[in-house]
Design a protein. Structure first.
Length: 175
């Protein structure tokens, strides 16, 4: 991939660049956002493209452009998760969408189903840490608990989740 140390990018360059980086952005969204409707996915992709366009002048040509795009996409997706989580009352509520998800999410749906079987005492902590992307200290502050309590609940929840995965005859590396 070429380096694009460009202050102003013309339409042809931008079209070519979008074509090259769109798969990177989609992969970052898929790996970062847990439950995404088609419209939300398209909106998120457009927001990331706008952010890239507005910040391309900050790109350091000594670094990998693909890595820069991926990191920017992941960070923006994590912010999207955080905003989405703040809007919801409970993180395990289903989101409603008029259309189907962007891709086949059978692994994510299976993981979501297994996560719903984890004790509610631990489930929300796992969700906030690994799906919404919060740090343990942020989770502790949200729930007004000591960080050790949050860490313990996350670990106990992970043990329950691993047990459920084994019971289903799956491998945790499938996720």
């Amino acid at each position: 991939m070429k380096a694009y140390p460009i202050k102003v990018i013309d339409v042809e360059q931008w079209d070519k660049l979008i074509h090259e980086i769109r798969p990177i952005i989609k992969r970052a969204i898929r790996k970062t956002v847990f439950n995404l409707c088609k419209e939300d996915g398209q909106d998120l992709e457009q927001e990331i493209l706008l952010k890239i366009y507005s910040k391309i002048h900050l790109f350091n040509p000594k670094l990998s452009f693909n890595d820069w795009v991926y990191i920017l996409s992941v960070n923006h997706s994590i912010d999207f998760n955080r905003k989405k989580l703040k809007v919801k009352e409970s993180p395990m509520n289903e989101t409603t969408c008029e259309s189907s998800p962007t891709e086949n999410l059978s692994d994510k749906n299976l993981l979501r189903e297994l996560l719903s079987k984890v004790s509610s005492k631990y489930r929300n902590f796992i969700y906030e840490k690994y799906i919404a992307g919060f740090k343990q200290r942020e989770i502790a502050a949200r729930h007004q608990l000591p960080i050790g309590t949050v860490s313990g609940r996350i670990q106990k929840g992970i043990l329950q989740l691993k047990k459920l995965i084994k019971e289903e005859g799956l491998n945790h590396q499938d996720f």
